[in-house]
Write a protein that binds this ligand. Structure first.
Ligand SMILES: [Zn+2]
Ligand SMILES: [Zn+2]
Length: 119
């Protein structure tokens, strides 16, 4: 019996996936060096120092790039442009409706929030 409920939906994009360091606010006109990737179907941020060495990232099945972006339950490869549904969404389809609801709510939050510092 599993009692722990994954509640990562509200915790994404807060710090480095590998070292936990918080992302610095990029100054005006500066582009953040932080990388976005996907781990277990969850969008994560990785600082420039950890990105070359971090392991466990989901990789594109087409080009093996780990520069993935998750959006509306769909994962996109920033390298070759391939898209596919995230494993989490597939799990949701198998009956975990609360995870799907969280996913949709998070997506709506992002849409309504408007500002996405990483584009
Ligand atoms: Zn880091
Ligand atoms: Zn790719």
């Amino acid at each position: 019996m599993r009692l722990s409920q994954p509640s990562k939906a509200g915790l994404i994009l807060v710090g480095c996936f590998a070292c936990g360091r918080r992302q610095d606010d990029p100054s005006h006109g500066q582009v953040s060096d932080w990388k976005r990737a996907v781990v277990d179907g969850e969008q994560v941020l990785i600082c420039p120092e950890c990105f070359p060495t971090v392991s466990g990232l989901d990789a594109c099945t087409t080009c093996s790039s780990t520069m993935l972006v998750k959006r509306l339950g769909e994962v996109s490869c920033r390298s070759c442009g391939a898209t596919w549904f995230s494993a989490q969404l597939a799990a949701s389809a198998r009956g975990d409706r609360s995870a799907l609801a969280d996913e949709v709510a998070a997506a709506i939050d992002r849409l309504l929030g408007g500002s996405s510092p990483l584009g």
